[in-house]
Ligand binder design. Structure first.
Ligand code: AMP
Length: 302
């Protein structure tokens, strides 16, 4: 099953203690699409400006990625700049320029409205909501968000959360949205808004999934070297939903395996800037890290 996905395609400038990357491919949807394309086809819905360079278009033209829903509008592409210190779990946003994304009204190309799997990547919650209205037959609706939208559009954000099946958020943002320090009670509050599952991403400490009757935790895949954590959350989502859409079964077992797939795929993203490492991943590498992660978390009782 293919995935319909909406979010930002952007031009990023990122600084970490291990280097700097200027004007590279970024955006929540770009990372998501590349990550999910290892498992299934992704139909992208987004906007770029007339300044979006050919070499960045080339990075997005990949098997498994359909770009018919990406429109070009007069003006500039979404831009984001961020900096990380040695604590790579904490990003300092230096600049967010919405540009053409600010007044983007998504219109789905023919056939996209029949999508069964929908991903609302981090982006304007009003745009996320509009996309949901256009896919009434969706079987699984998953969304992600971040502090920028919690601060700027909290009511719209809650309205969209109420409509989805699975909510992905990172730890500090979940706490911020429901103003609760305990992760467990934050997750319970988020579940009460409507989603059937909430997955909290904890950066280098892994990810935790909560439903009303299940709890599942996976550590991050251990890496010697992390160069740039940007896009880890979006590629986690890509591995997660890509796996579910490919298996076309949604139950607690497949969702648990999907959390593991998300964790493994994200581990490649953070090894280099932009999608430099992610785009080169092979199915064999994904398989090997998945097996290693299973070994790292296996234990025997008596
Ligand atoms: P992540 O590190 O997974 O949270 O995602 C980082 C990506 O999200 C970067 O490539 C940015 O271009 C993009 N991004 C940053 N801020 C926003 C925002 N407010 N809305 C949508 N996308 C954003």
């Amino acid at each position: 099953m293919s995935i319909l996905a909406v979010g930002t395609i952007g031009i990023d400038t990122v600084e970490t203690p291990f280097g700097r990357a200027e004007d590279v491919l970024g955006g929540s949807l770009s990372y998501f699409a590349v990550a999910a394309s290892f498992f299934t086809q992704v139909n992208m819905v987004s906007v770029v400006g007339t300044d979006f360079p050919d070499q960045l278009w080339e990075r997005l033209r990949r098997p498994g990625v359909d770009l018919r829903g990406v429109v070009v509008r007069e003006g500039k592409t979404f831009r984001w700049a961020g900096r990380y210190d040695y604590d790579l779990n904490a990003v300092e946003t230096l600049e967010t320029q919405l540009n053409t994304f600010a007044d983007f009204r998504p219109v789905l190309p023919d056939g996209y409205d029949r999508s069964r799997f929908v991903f609302l990547a981090n982006g304007d919650p009003d745009i996320q909501f509009e996309v949901l209205q256009q896919v009434p037959g969706a079987r699984l609706r998953v969304m992600d968000t971040m502090d920028y939208w919690i601060r700027n559009k909290p009511e719209s954000l809650v309205r969209t959360i109420e409509q989805v099946d699975i909510l992905l958020m990172n730890e500090s943002e979940a706490r911020m949205l429901v103003e609760t320090p305990s992760l467990l009670s934050a997750a319970k509050k988020l579940l009460r808004l409507g989603p059937k599952a909430v997955i909290i991403k904890k950066g280098e400490y892994g990810a935790v999934m909560f439903t009303d009757f299940d709890y599942f935790a996976v550590p991050a895949y251990p890496l010697d070297e992390v160069r740039d954590p940007t896009g880890a959350g979006d590629s986690f989502a890509g591995g997660f939903l890509g796996y579910l859409a490919q298996s076309n079964r949604v139950n607690l077992d497949t969702i648990r395996r999907a959390v593991v797939m998300g964790t493994v795929v994200a581990s490649f993203t953070v090894e280099d800037f932009s999608i430099n490492r992610l785009e080169k991943v092979t199915p064999e590498e994904i398989r090997l890290r998945t097996e290693e992660l299973r070994e790292f978390t296996r234990f025997v009782l008596d």
